[in-house]
Design a protein around this ligand. Structure first.
Ligand SMILES: [Ca+2]
Ligand SMILES: [Ca+2]
Ligand SMILES: [Ca+2]
Ligand SMILES: [Ca+2]
Length: 499
């Protein structure tokens, strides 16, 4: 899948590779990509001359929708299997055995073992044992770092599951493309802190009862990344309509914000043609609430996982809340508005405590003449980007101006978020004014839809074309503050470059 994150996400590097053994098997499935259907019926009756007689009758029908009948066993201890997709419609199949309640992470490594990238863009699909029911689909990791795939699944029942790997071109419905002799490595690893390959600081499975702050699962120790950023994964499942799972953690003293994101748990995805990912959770709507240790609500996100609430279905909104280092907080996870309990309501939250952030505003900056300064630096697209953050305080009164210069021939792209960033600002409006403080273009945030002015697919508005070297202003305001939470921040990325 080809899309680009425009809002910086301060992800610490989570290194999973490097310490596991590699099983060097070039996999050839007997019926790669094949489909067969057979029906047989036989009836026989016999009567023996001696003392017994028996009659038996059997009818069986089996339809193979893929090669799961020929799947090659794969362990759940991160032993890589290696194989090759010889042609565009190739699919290879493996089987894993899971106990009821197991969380497993299945992931690919397309780096050819020597750090060089293979061209392969793999897609993982997970099926029941005989391949008749699609359970989950993963094209990418979230956030997307490269073309590797990563899938997290919670087994509702014990048994054998079938893992299929194919190229993105085939999965997305193309019949011609570049897939020839693409090598891959793939592994499965139980998401259990005691498994080699994980750190107990990173994995925080829930332990019931954890429905209140007093009974919360304490993420006492979190994994440490570069620059003292800390991070962890909180996960579990909802046992009934009233279950709430509460986790607590403390920001490191160096932190300036905490980030909480949904690891796309929705739906089964699609087995081809539709290009829809899903991790197989039946949780259609999820909500988390960030509070202080007295239960006062700082931020909340109530998200429908059908993709209606955000631009890119694979990229649900996340809360990214400025906060003082050393603060202890609680995250309460529960079903969101519209959810009714399903058969496998699991969730995964990714929590990161940031030690750096976008450039902060300097009040008073309510007019063009007092605008805060935007700092630009070269980006990887050959242009320049400036990242800003601030608070609209109080909403309805405060206005924030950010000043920047643009050059003739450039385009100005903009990516902003308030409510979609866990803020309680209602109807936050993001505008670009010219040097005369005249409005050129503006957009008001709606629900959790991203503000994205770009020529990219999924953009909410087009970028702004610059005809002469000039000063511009990014101007931010909001209609009101939600009574349900105190967070009142916004973040923006301004990108300038020659299109
Ligand atoms: Ca639970
Ligand atoms: Ca609970
Ligand atoms: Ca402000
Ligand atoms: Ca202001």
């Amino acid at each position: 899948m080809k899309y680009q994150f425009l809002i910086p996400f301060f992800l610490a590097s989570v290194s999973l590779a490097g310490c596991w053994s590699v099983q060097d098997i070039d996999v050839v499935n007997p019926d790669e990509g094949a489909s067969d259907s057979d029906t047989d019926t036989d009836t026989d009756t016999d009567a023996d001359a001696d003392t017994d007689s028996d009659t038996d009758s059997d009818t069986d029908t089996d339809t193979d929708v893929n090669g799961c009948d020929y799947a090659i066993p794969m362990d759940t201890a991160a032993t890589f299997v290696q194989g090759m997709l010889e042609q565009i419609d190739d699919i290879n199949h493996y089987s894993i055995t899971l106990a009821a309640g197991d969380f497993v992470q299945i992931f690919t490594d397309i780096h050819n073992g020597d750090g060089t990238l293979s061209l392969l863009d793999p897609v993982i699909t997970l099926w029941n044992a005989d391949g008749t029911a699609l359970l989950a689909t993963a094209d990418d990791q979230i956030p997307r770092l490269d073309m590797d795939s990563e899938l997290i699944y919670h087994a509702p029942t014990a048994g054998t599951y079938c893992v299929a790997i194919e190229g993105w071109e085939h999965w997305s419905g193309q019949t011609a493309g570049l897939t020839t002799n693409w090598h891959y490595a793939m592994a499965a690893l139980l998401m259990d802190p005691s498994q080699i390959g994980w750190s107990s600081d990173f994995l925080h499975p829930e332990a019931e009862t954890n429905d209140t702050i007093a009974d919360a699962n304490d993420m006492t120790s979190m994994a440490v990344g570069s620059s003292n950023t800390t991070y962890g994964r909180a996960y579990g499942d909802l046992s009934g309509a009233t279950d709430v799972d509460v986790f607590t953690y403390t920001l490191p003293t160096e932190a300036v914000a905490t980030s909480i994101g949904f690891y796309k748990p929705f739906g089964a995805g699609s087995s081809g043609g539709g290009g829809v990912q899903g991790h197989g959770s039946t949780l259609t709507d999820g909500m988390f609430t960030l509070t202080d240790m007295s239960g006062n609500v700082i931020s909340t996100l109530d998200v429908s996982f059908d993709g209606a609430d955000w631009v890119t279905p694979n990229n649900p909104p996340d809360a990214n809340v400025p906060m003082a280092g050393g603060t202890q907080v609680a995250v309460h996870f529960e079903g969101g508005t519209g959810w009714t309990p399903g058969a496998n309501d699991f969730y995964v939250l990714e929590i990161i405590n940031q030690t750096s952030d976008n450039t902060g505003e300097v009040e008073t900056n309510d007019t063009a003449g007092t605008a805060s300064t935007t700092t630009f630096a070269a980006n990887t697209s050959g242009g320049e980007s400036g990242f800003v953050m601030g608070a609209i305080d109080p909403a309805g009164t405060d206005v924030d101006y950010w000043e920047f210069d643009a050059l003739a021939g450039e385009e100005i792209a903009l990516a902003c978020g308030a409510a979609s960033n866990g803020s309680g600002l209602v109807d936050a409006t993001f505008a670009i004014h010219n040097a005369s403080d005249t409005l050129i273009q503006e957009e008001t945030e709606s629900g959790y839809d991203s503000i994205l002015w770009s020529s990219a697919t999924g953009a909410s508005m087009p970028p702004i074309s610059v005809s002469a070297n000039a000063t511009y202003y990014l101007v931010i305001s909001a209609a009101s503050q939600s009574a349900a939470m105190t967070a009142n921040h916004y973040r923006c990325a301004i990108h300038r470059g020659i299109p």
